[in-house]
Design a protein around this ligand. Structure first.
Ligand SMILES: [Fe+2]
Ligand SMILES: [Fe+2]
Length: 240
């Protein structure tokens, strides 16, 4: 495994494969950040059920935009500016979970925070102590990860609240059924060749299959504790 630490000036002299992987990794992350802001904002920004929720949602949207900004700052340093991602069509986002244009119910909003923001946290944790030094700056991962943890906690708390009555529980289960398979898909194919290259170059810590397994182990007991069923992994496909 590659054990060197690369700064921006050294980046130009690294092999093309390394440059391509770093640029791809950061572009996908930036795309997910701004894509989340679009999804949260499209329908619900000023339609959340209470003023507290409206405030929380607008805060999450601004934080996702800021996460984009922080990753794009690094992209610009390696001449791979991702500004065009700001206005991209939803259908052209990199990951299927980010391709939806709006969330049909309030249950979907909070299931998205509970499940999809959590995948975001997993993706970010992959970059900790990576071979590409700009990713290790304090203004990047520690800030972004701590905000994702708050988004997840909000989603989880609201899901539990929604499950407090039978009608809400149905809405929560339906939303979960839509997002759970998409969340698992976000980790990428277990057989992906590129996944091994990321590991080899010290850009990720776990394989796609390992990260997905850890995620399932974390989230499934939380779903069960809410009195909800673990969704069918393939059920949400019809959603898109
Ligand atoms: Fe984010
Ligand atoms: Fe988030």
């Amino acid at each position: 495994m590659f054990r060197e630490k690369i700064n921006v000036t050294e980046f130009r002299d690294t092999p093309p494969e390394y440059q391509e992987l770093v640029s791809r990794l950061l572009t996908i992350q930036a795309d997910c950040e701004i894509g989340s802001a679009h999804i949260y904002g499209a329908r619900w920004l000023l339609r959340a059920p209470t003023a507290d929720d409206m405030y929380q949602l607008s805060r999450m949207i601004s934080e996702e935009i800021d996460h984009f900004r922080r990753f794009n700052r690094v992209l610009k340093e390696i001449s791979a500016d991702g500004t065009h991602l700001l206005w991209k069509e939803d259908s052209e986002r990199y990951l299927d979970a980010l391709k939806v244009s709006e969330l049909p119910t309030w249950g979907d909003v909070i299931a998205f925070s509970f499940l999809i923001d959590r995948v975001g946290k997993y993706q970010l944790e992959e970059f900790l102590d990576s071979s590409f030094l700009p990713l290790n700056e304090t203004a990047l991962l520690p800030v972004v990860i701590s905000e994702e943890i708050q988004h997840i906690a909000y989603g989880q708390g609201k899901m539990m609240e929604l499950c407090g009555d039978p009608k809400g529980r149905v809405e929560a289960q339906q939303a979960l059924n839509r997002w759970y398979p998409l969340a698992l898909d976000m980790f990428g194919r277990s057989s992906s060749r590129r996944c091994w290259r990321y590991l080899e170059w010290g850009l990720k810590r776990r394989t796609n299959a390992e990260a997905r397994r850890d995620y399932i182990e974390e989230v499934n007991p939380q779903i069960t504790a809410m009195g909800l069923e673990i969704p069918d992994e393939t059920a949400g496909r019809k959603y898109l």
